[in-house]
Design a protein around this ligand. Structure first.
Ligand SMILES: [Zn+2]
Length: 308
């Protein structure tokens, strides 16, 4: 998944009190600097009831800081740092670095990309792996100096699952950079699910047991409450629909063409950029037309038809 960026956090303080907003602003600035100790201390000033609105973000800071206290970090490549708790990881450092590098190389080769942006892959201590951490299965967040991927350390005990999870999250790193941050969530997850290569069935979309959503509804579905039963079901459906969309695009020219689609978000002429800004910035629609000769609705219809 890709966690909500600073915009969503800013949205929250609009409704909070000013002293809360000041404490949270400091916590956030430290968090995006990856200064986790300072971020946690600032967040802890939001004691008691005031914490409520910020609880899920607080848990994320707490999880990353608890991990830092028991971890070592090292450079696995010029662009890659790995951080992991040595007493909890099933793999030793060279083996873990090799697995992570392999998975990232796979993404770069599959979608025709060259590594470059500074990337951290952090394995979260088992101590914080619980239902209270909504992002416990893995997430990717743009910090100021690098993009950080966080995954549960338990994954080091299963190489296949580890590779799938790293491929998924590293695809988000790639997509964010290739599209200059303009990719809608549904396409971001479509690329990530394609990179992950999980074995999925789409039959319940054909039988009507799962809703087939349009682009806006699909983006909204990823934001459903993952902790509720209904919400988590909607989120799972959304990931599978994204995978079906990814499969349709790959069926039309392979994964390298999907990579070219990402580049098309940021290769516009000055005049195209002006037109996009005037017409509501449908970057995905523009890129899809340029690379596949398809509209967004056309892609959604074709993917839905492919399932029957
Ligand atoms: Zn994702």
């Amino acid at each position: 998944m890709r966690t909500q960026g600073p915009e969503a956090w800013v949205e929250r303080w609009r409704y909070g009190r000013i002293d809360e907003a000041v404490a949270w602003d400091a916590a956030m600035r430290f968090y995006f600097e990856d200064r986790l100790d300072a971020a946690l201390r600032a967040a802890e000033e939001l004691a008691g009831a005031a914490m409520g609105a910020y609880l899920s973000q607080y848990r994320v800071i707490e999880a990353e800081q608890a991990t830092r206290l028991v971890s070592r970090s090292w450079r696995a490549a010029e662009w890659l740092t790995v951080e992991s708790p040595p007493n909890e990881s099933v793999l030793d450092e060279p083996a873990l670095a090799a697995e992570v590098l392999d998975a990232c190389d796979d993404v770069a080769e599959t979608f025709g990309w060259r590594h470059g942006p500074q990337t951290w892959v952090t394995f979260l201590t088992a101590e914080v792996d619980g239902p209270w951490l909504p992002t416990r299965h893995g997430y990717c967040i743009d910090k100021n100096r690098f993009t950080k991927i966080c995954l549960p350390v338990a994954l080091t005990g299963d190489r296949e699952e580890l590779a799938e999870a790293v491929r998924h999250e590293y695809a988000h790193v790639m997509t964010g950079h290739r599209t200059a941050g303009r990719c809608p969530r549904w396409l971001d997850e479509a690329v990530a699910m394609t990179a992950e290569r999980a074995d999925l069935s789409f039959r319940d979309f054909a039988t009507g047991h799962a809703a087939w959503r349009g682009p806006r509804d699909l983006d909204a579905a990823f934001r459903e409450d993952r902790e509720s039963v209904e919400g988590s079901q909607v989120v799972r459906q959304a990931y599978r629909q994204a995978a079906a969309l990814g499969a349709t695009l790959v069926g039309r020219g392979g994964p390298a063409k999907l990579g070219a689609l990402l580049d098309a978000f940021a290769d516009n002429s000055f005049l195209t950029e002006v037109a996009l800004r005037l017409t509501g910035q449908d970057y995905a629609g523009e890129a899809l037309r340029q690379v596949y000769g398809l509209s967004t609705d056309g892609l959604f219809a074709e993917a839905r038809k492919g399932i029957d």
